[in-house]
Design a protein around this ligand. Structure first.
Ligand SMILES: NC(=O)c1ccc[n+]([C@@H]2O[C@H](COP(=O)([O-])OP(=O)(O)OC[C@H]3O[C@@H](n4cnc5c(N)ncnc54)[C@H](OP(=O)(O)O)[C@@H]3O)[C@@H](O)[C@H]2O)c1
Length: 259
């Protein structure tokens, strides 16, 4: 995810000389420096000493040990991309109050087509909000939420969301093969249809429900398909799935805080 952010920033004309990276793996650092022309630091604390904004891009399970060994200065912004770690936990591991923006990106960030939810705690200034937004915008669209708990909903909708669409694509692709198409043809048609549907929904003025109704002629093939999905609680099961992700996001945050 950090590599995607660095790549996105460099592509959006952010000066690579202003970017620093620290990682325990020297080989990874060498690759990043060679690929993007950014700078490296020998360890996390030397990076912190040079930075206005510190992007926390480690796995949630190692965040506690990383933060406990850092000394943050007043005026610095911490931008966490770690799933499920609440500001309270980050603050308690740092041992002091500081400006924190929590973000929830998703995997399409890897192709600069991500959707990221952002939340700022009370210590974050307007300028720091802009800095956080600039960084996360490098890998796609960003949306601010006012309550930290709304990040659990963002996690359920867009964080886990790519998997819901992959699941649907998986099913359509398999059905196409079962009905006689080659693997390549079924895959190509499925993926292009997913892309086209998303593009149309983004560009159209109608709601997704209206768009669906427009392609569903009475007595036609789409109606036959939609009726079958409805009879298997299609819409309801997707809503229940999003709810399950939301509840899991809440419990994960509690588990991670206690870890
Ligand atoms: N991937 C996603 O789609 C996604 C979506 C939303 C949020 N996130 C969040 O993004 C964060 C990173 O995820 P990822 O998938 O990019 O994980 P990742 O590929 O494992 O990247 C984490 C990086 O942190 C390095 N690291 C480990 N310990 C460190 C330390 N003490 N100091 C500095 N660097 C250290 C790791 O190095 P080693 O490999 O050498 O240990 C690795 O390069 C996670 O918190 C995750 O929750 C990811």
């Amino acid at each position: 995810m950090a590599t995607a952010l660095i790549g996105g920033l460099c592509e959006s004309n952010f000066d690579p000389a202003q970017l620093y990276v620290a990682d325990p793996d020297n080989e990874k650092i060498r690759t990043l420096v060679a690929s993007f022309g950014i700078n490296s630091c020998a360890n996390n604390q030397s990076l912190v000493e040079l930075s206005d904004v510190i992007v926390l891009a480690v796995k949630p399970q190692v965040m506690k040990s990383v933060l406990q060994s850092l000394l943050i200065k007043n005026g610095q912004l911490l931008l966490s991309i770690a799933a499920g770690l609440r500001c309270d936990s980050l603050q308690s591991w740092l041992g002091e109050e500081c400006a924190i923006v929590r973000s929830m990106p998703n995997t399409p960030a890897l192709v600069q087509c991500g959707a990221t939810g952002l939340y700022a705690n009370k210590k974050v200034s307007d300028q720091q909000r802009q800095q956080a937004e600039q960084i996360m915008s490098a890998v796609g669209m960003t949306i601010w939420v006012e309550q930290e708990t709304q990040l659990d909903t963002v996690t359920a909708v867009s964080g886990s969301g790519p998997a819901y669409f992959f699941y649907m694509m998986e099913a359509i692709e398999a059905a196409g093969i079962e009905l006689g198409l080659s693997v390549e043809t079924s895959r190509a048609l499925t993926l292009q249809t997913a892309l086209g549907a998303a593009k149309l929904a983004i560009e159209a003025e109608e709601s997704t429900a209206q768009l669906r109704a427009r392609v569903t002629s009475p007595g036609g093939t789409t109606e036959a398909a939609i009726n079958t999905m409805q009879s298997h609680q299609g819409l309801d099961s997707i809503k229940q799935a999003v709810n399950a992700a939301y509840k899991r996001s809440q419990t994960l945050a509690i588990e991670l805080a206690d870890s």
